[in-house]
Design a protein around this ligand. Sequence first.
Ligand SMILES: [Zn+2]
Length: 439
Amino acid sequence: MIKTLSDLYGRQVSQHQIKSNLLNNNALCKRQAIQKNRHRWRCQRCNSLVYQTLPNGQYYCHSCIQLGRLTTTDQLVSLPEPNMFHDLTKKCEWQGKLTSQQEQAAQEVLLSIQSKNSRLLWAVTGAGKTEMLFPGLTWALTNQLRVGIVSPRIDVILELAPRLQSAFPQQSFIALYGDTAASYQYTQLVLATVHQLYRFYHAFDVLIVDEVDVFPLAGNEQLHFALSQAAKDKCAQIFLTATPSPALIQKVQRQQLAVSYLPRRFHGYPLPTITFIKTAKWRQKLQQYQLPKRLVKEIKRLMQIKRPFLLFVPHVKDLSDVKQALEKLHFVDKYATVHATDKNRAIKVQQMRNHELNFLVTTTILERGVTFAGIDVLVLGADDEVFSTAALVQMAGRVGRKKSRPTGQVLFFGAHLVTNIRRANAQIKMMNRRAHPVE
Ligand SMILES: [Zn+2]
């Protein structure tokens, strides 16, 4: 329930969510929540077509009902964002130093923010992209702009919050995800999962979207609508990704979107490329609890030289088959299987970090965000259609993340060298050519 007007700046809620004594304020903007356009009813919060009716004949939006039901009698109420921020002397206190390539990308982001233009920041896995935002953020915050940093993934928000806190210790901000929206208050800087944007309306002068290629944002029209509604008419939108979708790449090629490439990792070494190993009938073998010979040989070698590794498989149901196959191999010990809803997931990841495990067999849950030092990556069934080009690039990107071992090997086992694998390797090689041009 909204109790003070400032909580409505750049927000949108139904009239039921506002204390009644505020509703008569002349400054409020009210619009019908579900509007008829070309004979069809459409929700103004999520842009879905509305078909469902209540017993009284009113239409209501089923798509965004979890945010509170909107019917044809409801209004969406908002207050224009006034940029009423005080104390604009906050400095960025991050003490690190950008590489010359990071510095260039950071300057381009700064220019986009100053001119309220959009930009794609295409930074390889392990490039250190957060730090490149700091010059632009500092400028935006000292110039009274309202800034939103959003991501489809809660993990990203949770990981970013303390880093921003230490870089901008005098800056108050709020992190919104899940049910935390209950404790909303008006701040200049907002960290949020993309779903929270349904509650914003023309709020942000700068909107930074991290991991723009990731589910549920990728290909979700309602969420993209929420993004565009949360942005002011003049807004700098900065999209960050290591693996842009074909749609984003097309926008860049058509020069509809400016781009900054960050092809070099922070330690300066190239990305490990993919080695494809043709293993016919791996799926049939796995059904008989057997692994391809080349894969067995590789596991044995890695165990002997005590190199930690991740073994990715396409599906959760493959984990138990791989486990049965591994149990037949006398030289294999100290490993675990892990998947998204595994309740011991965090413990197993920590054991891997502590070197208590030699390897993890996993589905794509560990494709991003999780960093282990000095690992190699093996993918069994890399030709399975569950693996997108982006997922394959991200899995390969787990290798060589640390300065202590900036290289490593990426082996993809599959029956066919499918298009997604070709594209993933082409993307990696393209970025390496950009990072390390032949003189
Ligand atoms: Zn809706």
